[in-house]
Design a protein around this ligand. Structure first.
Ligand code: TXD
Length: 319
């Protein structure tokens, strides 16, 4: 039986998600958007490329939640992206209202879906989505860590002239300036990056610059594009999560998930390594953090908590 993925938001990321899912033949796609024409037009356009690329999935567009019912996966990008000079947090007010509408729309029509939220400010929006929808915490996750980790690995590969598949690393914590690059577990061709620094192959200063560029990776693209934000790498990251769920790949992926004591953190969403399989978030991997990583992770969680307090002021229902 063909699986069904609904994409709530048919904008830059939503359209790219639809195209990637179609090219991989992963599932039938329903593009949902309040701008119904955008959803219908993109669905039809991608469908018309199927003879060229040889994929065989159904694509449709709609602004009616009934058309999205019984989805296996829902990927949410509904919301507004940043403009130059804006922080992700500046999007809170408007995107909180939007995610409340989306939660209402999906909770009855797809109660068993694996829900991947991409809308910013990610950690607070995904937490609000879970609260508004009441869907199981292990089935409502945020996409950010895969994107941040991918940016970090790419920058390292450019610096060290090493293929990206020879570098292992990930970024944890909130999807913001406080995100934590896990240097203690970063390996380049099997060697710890701290060894490369000792051997003088990479200076501490240069490594710090690369970490900083990763934190600002989104803003760098927003500056170039002027209108809109990154969408190819975010879409690729969302598809990796959907695929691990649909094919029960049990991949270990950095995702924003509900913590209930793990990493000494309770009742907040933050980016940590998890196993994604057919039951959703199947396991939260608890790493031994270096003292630096521990301090930075705590700071990152604090910033998510502060922003969630702001969200509760906007909508007391989130209490
Ligand atoms: O790593 C990450 N999580 C981030 C997330 C990476 C990049 C971008 N990030 C955020 O994703 C970005 O800050 C935005 O909040 C979302 C979506 O970014 P995108 O670039 O796709 O924005 P677009 O192109 O504006 O698309 C948003 C669509 C647009 O077509 C609107 O009409 C639609 O959302 N929209 C809605 N759809 C459904 N329901 C409602 N209420 C709604 N409101 C707007």
């Amino acid at each position: 039986m063909k699986k069904k993925i609904t994409l709530i938001g048919a904008g830059q990321i939503g359209g790219t998600l639809a195209h990637l899912i179609a090219l991989k033949g992963l599932a039938d796609v329903v593009l949902f958007d309040v701008a119904a024409g955008l959803a219908k037009g993109k669905a039809l356009d991608i469908a018309q490329s199927s003879p060229v690329n040889g994929f065989n999935v159904n694509l449709s567009g709609t602004d009616n939640y009934q058309d999205t019912k019984n989805s296996d996966v829902i990927i949410i990008t509904a919301g507004v992206p940043r403009k130059p000079g804006m922080t992700r947090d500046d999007l809170l007010g408007i995107n909180l209202k939007i995610i409340k509408q989306v939660a209402e729309g999906i909770k009855k029509t797809s109660p068993n879906a694996f829900v991947i939220c991409i809308t910013n400010p990610l950690d607070v929006i995904v937490m609000a989505l879970q609260k508004y929808s009441g869907l199981p915490k292990n089935k409502v996750v945020g996409m950010a860590g895969i994107l941040d980790s991918s940016r970090f690995i790419y920058f390292l590969s450019q610096e060290l002239k090493v293929p990206v598949n020879k570098i292992k690393s990930f970024v944890l914590g909130g999807h913001g300036d406080t995100m934590v690059a896990m240097l203690g577990s970063t390996e380049v061709e099997g060697k710890k990056i701290t060894e490369l620094v000792k051997e003088g192959k990479l200076t501490k200063e240069r490594l710090a610059q690369i970490v900083d560029r990763t934190k600002k990776g989104g803003a760098e693209i927003v500056k170039y594009l002027e209108k809109g934000s990154a969408f190819y790498a975010p879409a690729a990251s969302g598809v990796e999560m959907a695929e691990s769920y649909l094919k029960d790949l049990k991949k270990q992926l950095p995702c924003a998930v509900h913590l209930n004591g793990e990493y000494n953190t309770k009742n907040i969403y933050a980016g940590v390594p998890v196993i994604i399989g057919s039951r959703g978030v199947e396991k939260i991997i608890e790493l031994n953090l270096t003292p630096d990583e521990e301090t930075n992770f705590k700071k990152s969680v604090e910033s998510v908590k502060d922003l969630f307090d702001a969200a509760k002021k906007i909508d007391p229902e989130l209490k």
